[in-house]
Design a protein around this ligand. Sequence first.
Ligand SMILES: [Zn+2]
Length: 367
Amino acid sequence: MTRIFRSPSTYVQGRNAIEAIGEHAPTDGSHAVVVADPVVRGIVGDSIRSGLEAAGLTVDAVAFDGVCTRAEIDRVAGVAEGTDLVVGAGGGRALDTAKAVGAGLDARVVTVPTIASTDAPTSSLSVVYTDGGEFEALRFHGVHPDLVLVDTAVIAAAPVRFFRSGIADAIATRVEAETAIEAGAENVFGGQPTRAARAIARECFRTVEAHGETALAAVERDAVTESVDAVVEAATLLSGIGFESGGLAAAHAVHDGLTRVEPTHDATHGEKVTVGTLTQLVLEGRDAEAVHDIVDLSLDLGLAVTLADIGLTDPTDEQLRTIAEAACEPQETIHNEPFDVTPDAVRDALVTADELARTRRAERERK
Ligand SMILES: [Zn+2]
């Protein structure tokens, strides 16, 4: 048995951390390219540029067009060719594009997340979408970002919906890693998980459970508190390492399936992941207490829990079949579950999880 653990080289998090980018970024080269959409560039572009210039680099910028597609990766790579350092700033899609470009050009990579909504800042893979916005493939780079730079003031000032999405993704980390570890499944690196990865996945969950509510209150007011700091680390570093070095299971496969039906396209990654997490618990036949624990935590934190919450108010049989079949494709991590999974079983778990979440919410509202 071989155990594999991998992670970014450096992780820096704090209020106004972006101002110190020149101190922490790899500046052995002479040129950097910043990949960010115009809105993000307006928020952090000047700080990134001046920090890197002060460290002796010349800096160019590429406007990211919003979706991480094969065409967008190729276009940005064309502009960035010959650069030493690719800095991605923004949400998961911008960071995934920057990582893919950096890996393709053999350049160093810095990720600067401006929202805490996904695991993209720390991971060594990119989620590639079709031009139509559906999940297409995971692209594995074999390298992690050289630096993950997280400015908690920027994250706290972003819309709270993204913060909630990161919490949702962090809850899934432990649920999936524990299943994958118990099943003896391989992690993203094709090795067995380490004890470190398991501990990180558990700490990730404990942190959002303990600090989620107080952190959300702070972010509603754009405030940075100790709880915000804790949840940002959980949603970014702990969740990122936990899923890659721990392992994924049904929840993210169901997420991938959900992206195949158009009405979910306005829901965030994390919102769809929660539906996947609840589906996984039902699929695994977890007892009522285990299911209610996650449903209640999700409801306490105001997360999306039902199909209607993610745009599927009245899913057709065809939509449910599309989701279930996509979740069971051969490359999907649903096959890390310790039993054979079929589309019928996924469909039934999906609608049952939806019903459980719906009735639990109604019950709580009556009290
Ligand atoms: Zn995720």
